[in-house]
Design a protein around this ligand. Structure first.
Ligand code: KG4
Ligand code: ZN
Length: 339
């Protein structure tokens, strides 16, 4: 079965053709991040206008790359939420038009759940039960997946998402949007004074609390205070490394505690922040150190950040077609499907 995925929930315009939920025949992503780098963050109206311009060329390129005509597509899948309403509308209205024109079934997809399905692309399917950590620009959620479509939310952020902590702190440090890759690249340049040196400047919020919740807004304040403290004498490289380490430490510790408690067969990372090298490395080494028997999976970095491949994969495994007339945007959709 060939599914055409469409993704326009934030500042990317993406289309992909995926076969049987796992084989990527094409994946095209146009990003307006460069435009937002100038303003230090996404301006929703500007993002949606850029998507109106790029959605048809991106679709055409995805079909051409997959050597596929619209007639050969079995199902159209599109993100309905969560996301920026103007941006979501571009994808949803495009999908509805195509569904009406070519008489294809249409599948509404939850963007957060879909992120997890990047782990089904291009490799053997992960085994259930699974614990999934979704760390994106706007969300941080920890869920127990019993099977496709059976999700138990076990924790999440009480304030900012991990990606937001990266993006906002990068701004405070004078680094460009998106902040995650900029912080990671700056942290990379930090030279440790000696092999015993530990990155301990910032707090690890909620790390010892007996729950699976997170809080990242205080870290942003800690970065702000550190940048204002003239006596601290810490380089931007160290500040970036300290912040990255604090976020990684909390994410890894609390997620592995969930692995310890629920004993899943797989641990799946997903969302833009899971492209972070230090996070991937820290999970691997701590799983090894603790001798946890779990199959750790993280998608290739280009599949962690927004793309339409996982939208199509998610539609294949766990969503059902609806009449195109009833398709609506759901900007506040949660990972469990509640608005
Ligand atoms: O999943 P995503 O592409 O879009 C949303 O659904 O939000 O996630 C974007 C987030 C941004 O906050 C960005 O700074 C972060 O992912 N990100 C990273 C890295 N690449 C992207 N954070 C840390 N390290 C990275 N390498
Ligand atoms: Zn995303």
């Amino acid at each position: 079965m060939k599914i055409l995925g469409i993704e326009t929930s934030c500042d990317e315009t993406a289309a992909a053709v995926v076969e049987n939920g796992a084989k990527i025949l094409s994946s095209v992503v146009a990003s307006s991040a460069e435009m937002h780098a100038k303003t230090g963050g996404v301006i929703p109206e500007a993002a949606a206008r850029a998507q109106v311009v790029s959605v048809l060329p991106v679709l055409q390129e995805a079909l051409a790359e997959a050597k596929c005509e619209m007639e050969e597509i079995d199902v159209i899948a599109t993100t309905v939420g969560p996301g920026l309403v103007g941006s979501l509308l571009v994808g949803v209205e495009t999908a509805k038009t195509l569904a009406y024109l070519y008489q294809k079934p249409i599948v509404p997809v939850n963007h957060l759940l879909a992120h997890i399905y990047a782990n089904w692309l291009g490799g053997p399917a992960p085994e259930f039960p699974a614990i999934a950590l979704v760390v994106s620009g706007g969300h941080t959620d920890l869920v127990l997946m019993k099977t496709h479509g059976k999700l138990e939310w076990i924790g999440g952020t009480r304030d900012d998402a991990a990606g937001e902590a990266f993006d906002k702190s990068a701004r405070l440090l004078g680094l460009a949007y998106p902040g995650g890759p900029a912080i990671a690249a700056t942290a990379e340049k930090f030279e440790f004074p000696n092999s015993n040196f530990k990155l301990k400047l910032f707090p690890r919020p909620m790390i010892d609390e007996p729950n699976f919740d997170f809080s990242f807004s205080g870290l942003k304040t800690a970065v702000l205070r550190a940048t204002q403290d003239k006596n601290l004498g810490i380089s931007r490289e160290q500040m970036a490394a300290e912040l990255q380490e604090a976020i990684v430490d909390v994410l890894v510790t609390k997620t592995l505690r969930a692995v310890w408690e629920f004993k899943p067969k797989s641990l799946l990372l997903a969302g833009g922040v899971s492209a972070n090298e230090r996070l991937r490395e820290a999970f691997e080494s701590k799983i090894k150190h603790l001798k946890l028997k779990v199959n750790f999976r993280v998608p290739a970095p280009n599949l962690c950040t927004d793309n339409a491949g996982y939208i199509a994969a998610c539609a294949y495994f766990c969503h059902f077609p609806v009449a195109w007339e009833s398709l609506e945007t759901k900007p506040d959709l949660g990972i469990n499907g509640q608005v």
